[in-house]
Design a protein around this ligand. Structure first.
Ligand SMILES: [Zn+2]
Length: 182
C-alpha cells in the first residue's frame, strides 16, 4: 500500500510556509501524483518494470521510474505544469466553485518550479523509507543510502509542529491562504 495519504501532512506544512511563492495545484499535484507509479503496480497489478540503465545493470521496484531527480525534472514537473495550465483554462469554472477565492496568475516558470519543489519534497521524505529508489537513474544503479527511521519520524513530527505555527503566522499577517486559487 503506497503511503501517499501520509504525504499530505508534510506537503501541507511546507505549503503553508512558502504559499506566497508557489502554485498551489502544481505543488500539491507533483507531491502526491508522483505516487501514481507505485499505485499502478501495487493497486492495479501492473507488472513492475526492469529498466536497463545506460552504464549497465537495471532499475527495478515500484519507485523505479518516477522517484529520482532525473524523472522529476524531465517528466513529473513538466507533466504537472501542463496539468496546471490546463486547469487555468477552466479558471471561470473554478471561481464559481470557490466563489470567494482569489485567482493568482503565475508564470509557467513559477508553476514548473512549484511542481519541482513539491516532487522533491516528496522524494526527500520517501528516501528515508524506500529501498528501491535509485538516485542515479537512468545512468547506473546506487542503493538508497538515506533509509533512516529517525529522519522519517523527524519529518513527520516537524510537519505536525509546522502546520499550527504556519497557520498562526499567516493569521497574524491577515492572509487567507486557503482561499487562494490555484
Ligand atoms: Zn512516493
Amino acid at each position: 500500500m503506497p503511503v501517499t495519504p501520509l504525504h499530505v501532512l508534510p506537503t501541507l506544512a511546507a505549503y503553508l510556509l512558502v504559499s506566497k511563492r508557489v502554485h498551489l495545484f502544481a505543488f500539491f499535484s507533483a507531491a502526491l501524483l508522483i505516487d501514481v507509479e507505485p499505485m499502478l503496480y501495487l493497486l492495479f497489478g501492473v507488472p513492475v518494470p526492469k529498466i536497463p540503465l545506460l552504464l549497465g545493470g537495471e532499475s527495478t521496484g515500484v519507485h523505479a521510474i518516477t522517484h529520482n531527480p532525473f524523472a522529476i525534472i524531465i517528466l513529473v514537473a513538466p507533466s504537472m505544469t501542463i496539468l496546471a495550465k490546463a486547469l487555468e483554462r477552466m479558471k471561470s469554472f473554478w471561481l464559481t466553485v470557490f466563489h470567494d477565492a482569489v485567482w493568482v496568475n503565475r508564470s509557467i516558470r513559477s508553476i514548473y518550479f512549484s511542481a519541482l519543489l513539491g516532487a522533491f519534497l516528496h522524494l526527500g521524505w520517501d528516501l528515508t523509507m524506500h529501498h528501491d529508489i535509485n538516485l542515479a537513474f537512468p545512468i547506473y544503479s546506487v542503493p538508497n543510502p538515506f533509509i533512516n527511521q529517525q529522519s522519517l519520524d523527524l519529518i513527520w513530527n516537524l510537519s505536525l509542529l509546522a502546520i499550527p505555527l504556519a497557520l498562526m503566522l499567516n493569521a497574524r499577517r491577515g492572509e487567507k491562504l486557503l482561499k487562494t486559487v490555484p
